[in-house]
Design a protein around this ligand. Structure first.
Ligand code: DON
Length: 582
């Protein structure tokens, strides 16, 4: 959530530009993603007759090349798909899992304090899920041959692509700029050494991402990634087993063994992507589908909608203090649920049906008054772990009405910052999404509750929330976002903007968002366009209000019911985002 003032200013300039009013419309199909070359790869797959899933898979592989901060082979994520022919929603969990050698206190010193630098390097990594997840999605809902979905990414890696101004800035920050000072907002919160790890700290990462002449990146330079191209070639030719049991697995295991990492050949061979039951609710006559555990995203979004359904938010409008109060109270309660009840469903019993029921929302809503409920009143301790800033979401829709919402991540930007020697891709640092200090909780957001403690083979709790909205068996909205804990709240705003406030697709994504995570007990409002009198009224109700920077980027698709027009809405909070379609 910490974003620089420059980034905040950037988004406002983007949102205020005349371009912001322009929606991109399509009649056949579309891919909306954070980076243009990758979106074009997906669009080409659709032109070749591929399904929405084929396009999502190809775009995700391409993002692993063109958007290395979050696009990945070494991370994991979630996919929610609509299979129009069967009128079925399919959800796939490819979240990272703890390696078998992981232990509850692995990131702690004997005195119970966190070890320094526990969120970088091989030992921060969970077993990657992305390649298995994309392969399972393709097997279930794809039509195009697997190699054709991976080869465009391999080509981008081998031949290179022109670096955007944003990527140049990001890579220079990782390779050249001094690490944030101890105690600064940008320094990693948990890192007791007070420093933030960067690509520059890992020789393999420097080799993968520096320019051949060693100079700083400039817009228009070409980023060529030969080792990554070879890895993608092997995956294209031999399928996902290559990554989990072949040469790539050997490279991962060798790097792990040499760098205190825990992931072994056994862990890789045992990893499975899993089809899970979607979570679902109805809202104003629409059907809303999201991702179940081990992500909390779907449960949180559904619970907030169930709570908010009882109010006529539209009558007051999105900028009214009363609307913001109600939305905040829904967020507070749903995040309490997330913190106390959601984790890996194969290890912990998560009562999904109850948590997503209208009856449970009634119960939660009973304590909402015209004053802010102090979060400590729901429970006397905070339970959430800190999450980073970099993840990416993409949305696809094909000509047959199939759609995919896919969110995946390395956790923080560039994940563990460590590239696997010889394989050219970054490892995730997702293990930090477990509750790292058993029993320790505090109001800053530190958490120690049992459900999400580290255990061998266990999936890590997530907030990712790829979401589909249907009506009468047809897709109306595809959305999702990065942003760690802010993700479900970003998705909530996009859904409310479309379904409740009737905003245009462009406005629905551009409009400012808010975030309340239960703890810390603070309402963060995005940007400076929220009316000051509404914010003052919220303070008078007892809310602690803080102005924040950019909240998420929700690359979405909205389909107009009457005309069938497809709106591809690239979120302008990220300048490189693109809707690519026909
Ligand atoms: O899975 C999660 O909830 C987090 N690892 C996501 C991190 C994230 O979104 C960072 N992004 N901007």
């Amino acid at each position: 959530m910490q974003l620089s003032r420059a980034a905040g200013l950037g988004v406002l300039l983007i949102l205020w530009s005349p371009l912001a009013l322009r929606a991109q419309t399509f009649t056949k199909h579309v891919v909306v993603a954070q980076e243009g070359n990758a979106a074009d790869v997906g669009r080409d797959v659709l032109r070749q007759g591929g399904t929405a899933t084929d396009a999502a898979v190809a775009t995700a592989f391409a993002l692993a090349v063109t958007h290395p901060a979050a696009g990945n082979l070494g991370g994991g994520g979630f996919l929610v798909a609509y299979d129009a022919a069967r009128r079925a929603v399919v959800t796939i969990d490819f979240r990272e899992a703890a390696p078998k050698g992981a232990t509850e206190r692995m990131y702690l010193r004997p005195d119970g304090t966190l070890l320094p630098r526990h969120r970088a390097g091989a030992w921060a990594a969970g077993v990657p899920g992305t390649v298995r997840g994309l392969a399972l999605a393709h097997a279930r809902l794809g039509k195009r041959p697997w190699p054709t979905l991976v080869q465009p990414a391999a080509r981008l890696a081998r031949e290179g692509f022109p670096v955007s101004a944003e990527l140049a800035r990001s890579l220079n920050g990782q390779l050249f700029d001094p690490a944030p000072a101890a105690g600064s907002a940008a320094a990693r919160k948990d890192d007791l050494s007070g420093r933030s790890d960067r690509l520059a700290d890992f020789p393999e990462s420097v080799a993968a991402f520096r320019k051949s002449d060693g100079s700083r990146w400039k817009e228009g330079d070409r980023l060529i990634q030969p080792d990554l191209a070879e890895t993608l070639d092997r995956i294209a030719e031999h399928g996902p087993d290559e990554f989990y049991k072949g040469r790539t697995a050997e490279l991962i295991a060798r790097y792990m063994a040499g760098h205190e990492g825990l992931v072994t050949l056994d862990d890789l061979a045992a990893y499975q992507a899993k089809e899970r039951a979607p979570v679902h609710t109805s809202f104003r006559g629409y059907e809303v589908y999201g991702m179940g555990p081990p992500s909390s995203g779907g449960i949180v979004v559904v619970q907030m909608l169930n709570i908010l359904e009882r109010y006529d938010l539209k009558a007051d409008g999105p900028f009214a203090a009363l609307t913001l109060h109600r939305v905040t109270e829904a967020m507070r309660r749903a995040f309490f649920t997330r913190a106390t009840a959601v984790a890996d469903p194969d290890v912990v019993d998560v009562p999904v049906a109850k948590l997503t029921s209208k009856a449970y929302a009634d119960e939660l809503a009973r304590s909402i008054t015209d004053r802010a409920t102090p979060s400590a009143q729901l429970a006397p301790f905070p339970v959430l772990g800190a999450e980073g800033e970099h993840t990416t979401h993409l949305s696809t829709l094909d000509g047959d009405g199939n759609a995919v919402a896919l969110t995946y991540t390395l956790e923080e930007g560039y994940g563990a910052k460590a590239v696997v020697a010889g394989a050219g891709f970054l490892l995730n640092n997702e293990m930090g999404d477990f509750n790292l200090i058993p029993g320790r909780t505090d109001t800053s957001g530190r958490i120690g509750t049992p459900a999400n403690l580290i255990a061998p083979g266990k999936r890590i709790l997530s907030s990712q929330a790829p979401t589909l909205v249907l009506r009468d068996g047809r897709v109306r909205l595809v959305t999702g976002s990065p942003g760690g804990r802010t993700i479900p709240n970003t998705v909530l705003w996009v859904v409310l903007n479309v379904l409740e406030f009737g905003r245009s697709p462009r406005e629905a994504v551009d409009a400012p968002r808010t975030h309340h995570p239960w703890f810390p007990d603070v309402l963060t409002v995005e940007g400076s366009t929220w009316p000051p009198e509404a914010l003052e009224a919220l303070k008078a109700m007892g809310h602690r209000v803080r102005r924040g920077g950019v909240q998420g980027d929700a690359h979405s698709i909205v389909v107009d019911a009457a005309s069938g027009t497809i709106h591809g809405v690239a979120d302008r909070r990220r300048a490189t985002a693109k809707a690519s379609g026909d």
